[in-house]
Every structure is written in structure tokens, then in C-alpha cells.
Design a protein around this ligand. Structure first.
Ligand SMILES: [Zn+2]
Length: 443
């Protein structure tokens, strides 16, 4: 091919791609409030047309907060080893955001049935909002979650003709942690930008889709943060857990990616089931899964449940929040690995499609919490009460760690349990029985 022809092909391909992208709608038919900035207005490209760097995501959330300061609050929960900010964003209507501190206090009261009796709990539940916590991108090279977090916030603030959004904004607070592993995210993005060509390559063998060691899955010190939830060795985990313990969300969902030849996975998880998860928590996961299924069916998106991804190990995002009383689970989207991925069946999976499905599942989850807030709040209170009742009945009162050969390891586990577990629970006056139950659950 001559150089001229090559140029023509490139121009034609670029035009075709960009005109297709312009027609793409995440949820067809949605109308938006023009006073809320889009990704394109802030970052210069349409959502789904590039993989956003961490700092640009922070800029976008700042722009959303500046446009709607009465409906968006941004909180810092620390810094990564590479000094990137860790943050979560609370979104609800103006009336609810104004009383966010009361919403937190109410959850802390429901979390301690020794000081809040059943009648008081019912009074709180009558007016209390549901809280949904959505954690995105704990594996930094799983790329669609963070861009979906930005779109979830945009839809909640800007969509003007979605009943679901009105329900979620009225009856709940949605807490978005857009990127749990910023250092891993930017390690991936930097590699991707170095390797991509003028025209995107969809071959799984291309440089664009091949990530060198060490991948962005892990943080600066190559820890897998999705195994660190109860060991709490990394600043990303420590800040996140401290924040979760202020709110006690009713549902916690961790959003991930899996191989590009798959489809979409959501809870309930695969067996084996952890026996420490209560019946009501399983029922809530079932409800969340069925609502996702309803929305995915209406868009014709394939999905599966109860296979591959278990939640037995209590140090996952899919499981650890369950031991506070939340319905907690993982969502897994087939990854485009870059802007597009050629699947084994020959179909091309585009990045924007992967963002779209995580967006839909995020909104669907928040809808379940908003619609069923009273039931979920009552379940939460009863879960906390049952933990204390069981602690009263059982014989174990202490765990003794004797002096031993590997004293350093013994000191480490004792320090972890007393400093971390007790530090978080003591201010809330949780009984030692609950601590022991929690310890037993995680050991
Ligand atoms: Zn993952």
C-alpha cells in the first residue's frame, strides 16, 4: 500500500470510529441536566473513548462537586505510597447531604444494639436513608470500574428522566470510592499510553494489550489489596476500612474485571459459602442479583452468577464488609484490556461497553438499597444483635497467644488484633464478645 493510501485508511478508520462513538449512549434515551459537566467537557474526550488516568478522575470529581456542591461531598481517606490521593465521594439529594453526619450517627447507633433498644431502632429506621458503598478498581489494571464510577456519579447528578435515579437520590446515599488502587491504575495507564498506536489494535497479542511485569493489579509494594482487608498492612486498606466503619453501608460491592472472553458476573457468589454469612445477607444478595438480572435482560447483556467467584475468604472486598452486617459481593466485567479486545468468537469488545455494564450494575445496586432501605436497615440491626446474643451464649471469652519460638510473628498478630480491630471498635463501645466473634470469623 502506498503511504497516501495508508493515510486514507487511517483517516477513514478514525472518522468511522469517532462517528460511531458519538452515537453511543450508555443508557439510551437518558436526558441530562446541562449544568453538570460531562467527561468530555472536563477532560476533552467522551467517556469510554480513553482510559482515564487517576489524576484526571480526581479533576472530574472536583468538577462535579463544584457544579453541585449541595449534592456531592468528597472525603480524603489517605495517600498511597506514591502520594496519590485516596478518596470517597458521597452523593445524594441536597436535603440528605446536609444531614450526612446524622445519617452516619444513626448507622453507628443501629450498629450497637446494647445502647439502642428495638423501639429506638424502629424510630431510627423509619427516617434513616439506605447507604450503598461502591468500591471500584482495587486491581488497578482492571480498567472499566474507575470510568464507570465517574459515569455512575454523572448519572446520579445529571439524569433528569430516570425514575431509578430519583429513587436512589431520595431514599439513599451512594458512596463511591472511584479508585481503591491509584498507583496500580496509573502504572497500567502509563504502560498503555506508551504502547498504543494511531489506530487501536484489538489483537490480544498486540503490545497495546500486553502488560509487562509488574502489572497494575497490585499497589506500589506489589501487594494485592483485595487480599489485605483484615491484615490491613497497606495505607489503601487502612484508610478504606476506617471510613467504612464510620458509615456501616447496607450493601458493599467491589467492582472488578476478568478475562475478555467472559461476560459479566454478579452475586450470589460461587460455593463454598461461608457459614458466618447470615440468612438475611444471602437474601439481600439474591435481591441485588435479581435486580441486576432484570436490568441486564432489558439491555440484552449476558451474565452469570454462582460460578467461579466465591466469597469464602474473609479478606476480599466481596466478603469483609459482610462481617460488619452489609450485603457484600463482587462484580466482574469481561475486560477489553485496552480500547478494544478481539474475543475468541471474533467479536470485538469495546472499552465503552465494559464501562456501560458496570454503570448499569452500579445503578441497579443502589436502586435495591433505596427501594428496600427499611428491610435492609432492620436486617442490619438484627444481625448486630444476633452477634452479641451469640457472644453471650458461647464459652470463648479470650484468645491467649503464648510465648513461643516465633515471637515476632506472635507479637505481630497480637498487635494487629489489638491495634487494628479494637481501635476501630472501641470508640463505638462494641462488646468484647463482638470482637471475639469477629476475630473468630476472620481466623
Ligand atoms: Zn480484580
Amino acid at each position: 500500500m502506498t503511504r497516501f493510501l495508508q493515510k486514507l485508511v487511517i483517516i477513514f478508520t478514525s472518522l468511522t470510529l469517532s462517528s460511531f462513538a458519538q452515537e453511543f449512549e450508555y443508557i439510551p434515551g437518558t436526558k441530562f441536566d446541562p449544568s453538570i459537566p460531562t467527561v468530555e467537557q472536563v477532560l476533552g474526550y467522551k467517556s469510554g473513548d480513553d482510559i482515564t488516568a487517576h489524576g484526571d478522575m480526581v479533576r472530574y470529581f472536583d468538577a462535579l462537586r463544584n457544579a453541585a456542591p449541595d449534592r456531592v461531598k468528597i472525603f480524603s481517606y489517605g495517600k498511597t505510597w506514591e502520594n496519590r490521593p485516596l478518596m470517597y465521594v458521597a452523593i445524594s439529594n441536597a436535603e440528605n447531604i446536609a444531614k450526612l453526619d446524622d445519617v452516619k450517627t444513626n448507622m453507628q447507633r443501629l450498629a450497637d444494639p446494647r445502647v439502642t433498644n428495638a423501639d429506638e431502632a424502629e424510630t431510627i429506621i423509619a427516617d434513616q436513608l439506605g447507604i450503598t458503598w461502591l468500591g471500584y478498581g482495587v486491581h488497578g489494571n482492571e480498567i472499566s470500574p474507575m470510568d464507570a464510577a465517574m459515569q455512575t456519579a454523572y448519572f446520579l447528578l445529571a439524569a433528569t428522566n430516570m425514575e431509578l435515579v430519583d429513587n436512589v437520590m431520595t431514599n439513599s446515599v451512594t458512596i463511591i470510592d472511584p479508585q481503591q488502587n491509584p498507583d496500580g491504575r496509573d502504572r497500567f495507564v502509563n504502560k498503555f499510553r506508551e504502547a498504543r498506536g494511531l489506530v487501536h489494535d484489538s489483537s490480544p497479542l498486540s503490545a497495546e494489550l500486553s502488560e509487562p511485569w509488574p502489572s497494575g493489579r497490585v499497589n506500589h509494594y506489589l501487594f494485592d489489596l483485595n487480599r489485605d482487608w483484615f491484615a490491613l498492612t497497606q495505607p489503601e486498606s487502612q484508610g478504606k476500612v476506617a471510613s467504612l466503619l464510620e458509615y456501616y453501608p447496607l450493601a458493599y460491592i467491589d467492582l472488578h474485571e476478568m478475562g475478555g472472553n467472559s461476560t459479566y458476573f454478579f452475586s450470589p457468589p460461587a460455593p463454598p459459602n461461608n457459614p458466618n454469612i447470615a440468612t438475611n445477607q444471602w437474601a439481600a444478595l439474591e435481591m441485588i442479583g435479581r435486580n441486576n438480572a432484570r436490568h441486564f435482560d432489558s439491555h440484552g447483556f449476558p451474565y452469570y452468577t454462582r460460578e467461579v467467584f466465591d466469597a469464602f475468604y474473609p479478606g476480599y472486598g466481596a466478603s469483609w464488609p459482610a462481617y460488619l452486617g452489609a450485603a457484600s459481593g463482587t462484580y466482574e466485567q469481561a475486560s477489553a484490556n485496552a480500547m478494544m479486545f478481539k474475543r475468541n468468537d471474533g467479536e470485538i469488545l469495546h472499552f465503552r461497553e465494559t464501562v456501560q455494564q458496570h454503570l448499569l450494575a452500579s445503578l441497579s445496586t443502589a436502586e435495591v438499597v433505596a427501594t428496600n432501605r427499611e428491610k435492609l436497615l432492620r436486617d442490619f440491626y438484627n444481625y448486630r444483635k444476633s452477634a452479641i446474643d451469640e457472644g453471650e451464649r458461647e464459652d470463648n471469652r479470650y484468645y491467649i497467644i503464648p510465648t513461643q519460638n516465633d515471637q515476632a510473628a506472635a507479637d505481630k498478630i497480637a498487635g494487629l488484633l489489638t491495634n487494628k480491630v479494637l481501635m476501630f471498635l472501641k470508640p463505638r463501645k462494641i462488646s468484647v464478645h463482638v470482637v471475639l466473634n469477629m476475630m473468630r470469623a476472620v481466623m
